[in-house]
Design a protein around this ligand. Structure first.
Ligand code: GLY
Length: 406
């Protein structure tokens, strides 16, 4: 969520030589568009008086309004809508949006007082309360994040050296399972360790990142979705997929989580090994993109070019690259910035924007294709990482000294 350092930046749209349409992309207009869509969503959600425990999840088929799900430990997307509202408030300073952000965020408080259901507690609590605390400094929000970080840490298995991502799937997957998505949730542990929480949380996050670096990647820099370990000996058993095309394929959002996750881990540790890996997994991702810089849902689906896209992966990677570019050589910096801008330009085009048709920001994400779920849909986390990326780009354009203080 946070960026710590930036370099002077001007976006050279003219140098973007791809079919991604950058000419019409304007970050201020894109953020205004997000604010318009947020108000359309809030109006629809409040039409029968708002139930703040019902969180937007997706918009499918010909629907225009969000299908909502009850905020709960097993509804992993519940923190994204409050997070979107906080980001929109940060951009627009719209007080109505801030009040709604606070109400939706507070609907999640009870999750900080329960045992961990799975690793998604990080997505749930850090996208919501993390942004809430970053923008308000309210101590109550910090305390809720600290409690959540302690809870997430209970899933760490020191014999393996990672967090157990899905306790419910140990039998089905054949052991202690860790998924690449789990990398994102280390951010809450790093944050807690330096904001009044237990210092051990840093060690857990570091060990998880090291173990994942060792076992979760193929020699070419692509990753498995799931790594399975023996919970007693800690031995790596196998790499496999859950949401991708096959065990040997590269699921686009899994690779996106790796790009974002290792960029964040480098920021938090300043350990060069993680920067090298972040660049390697990024380069593996970039070289497999289609011309408009929005990936097919899995890079190895044989149905390509007739396979669905995943706009959410593009949003995650665009946001990550706008951070990663600050840590690399000038040559790499230009490459990563240009790629991020191309991704955001494509996502902001009529091809991917929901526009008047739906209340979401973006169409064309894919949730869980093997399960037949959320295919070519608007999905709330795509919007979360899109607006996060737009804000990062805006801050780079205006060259603000500190991008965020979380
Ligand atoms: N973390 C689940 C997903 O990316 O679909």
């Amino acid at each position: 969520m946070r960026l710590t350092a930036i370099l002077p930046f001007s976006i050279l749209l003219a140098s973007c030589a791809s079919t991604a349409s950058t000419e019409s992309f304007n970050v201020d207009q894109a953020l205004e568009y997000c604010n318009t869509q947020v108000h359309r969503s809030l109006a629809a959600l409040g039409a029968d008086s708002t139930d703040y425990t019902m969180m937007p999840r997706n918009i499918q088929g010909t629907d225009s309004a969000w299908a909502c799900r009850k905020a709960s430990p097993d509804e992993w997307c519940s923190g994204f809508w409050p997070g979107i509202l906080w980001y929109d408030f940060e951009s627009s300073r719209d007080e109505i949006v801030r009040e709604e952000a606070e109400r939706y965020t507070e609907a999640l408080e009870y999750l900080s007082q329960r045992p961990a259901f799975d690793h998604d507690l990080g997505f749930l609590m850090f996208c919501s309360y993390g942004n809430a605390y970053r923008l308000t400094g309210c101590p109550k929000f910090r305390d809720i994040i600290l409690a959540s970080a302690d809870t997430l840490a209970t899933l760490f298995n020191p014999k393996v050296g990672t967090i157990l991502s899905w306790p419910r799937n140990v039998e089905m997957l054949g052991g202690h399972n860790t998924i690449m998505d789990n990398m994102i949730n280390l951010e809450m542990l790093f944050w807690a360790s330096k904001n009044g929480g237990d210092k051990r949380l840093y060690d857990i996050a570091l060990k998880h990142a090291e173990t994942t670096m060792e076992y979760h990647f193929r020699p070419d820099g692509t990753c498995y979705h799931v790594a399975v370990y023996d919970p007693e000996s800690g031995k790596f058993i196998k790499g496999m997929t859950h949401q991708g095309y096959s065990d040997s394929s590269t699921w686009a959002r899994g690779q996106a989580w790796a790009v974002y996750g290792y960029t964040m881990v480098f920021r938090e540790t300043q350990d060069r090994r993680f920067l090298d890996l972040a660049c390697k997994v990024t380069d593996a991702y970039l070289k497999r993109l289609p011309e408009d810089y929005v990936p097919y849902w899995d890079f190895d689906d044989p149905a390509i070019p007739d396979a669905p896209r995943d706009a959410s992966a593009a949003g995650v990677v665009a946001s990550a690259l706008l951070e990663l570019q600050a840590y690399v050589t000038p040559e790499k910096r230009d490459e990563y910035r240009d790629a991020a801008v191309k991704m955001l330009a494509s996502l902001s085009s009529d091809e991917y924007r929901s526009g008047d048709k739906r209340h979401s920001f973006l169409d064309h994400s894919t949730g869980h294709k093997p399960a037949g779920s959320e295919i070519d849909a608007a999905i709330v986390y795509a919007d979360y990482y899109y607006i996060e990326a737009l804000l990062r780009l805006k801050k780079l354009e205006t060259n603000s000294a500190v991008l965020a203080n979380l």
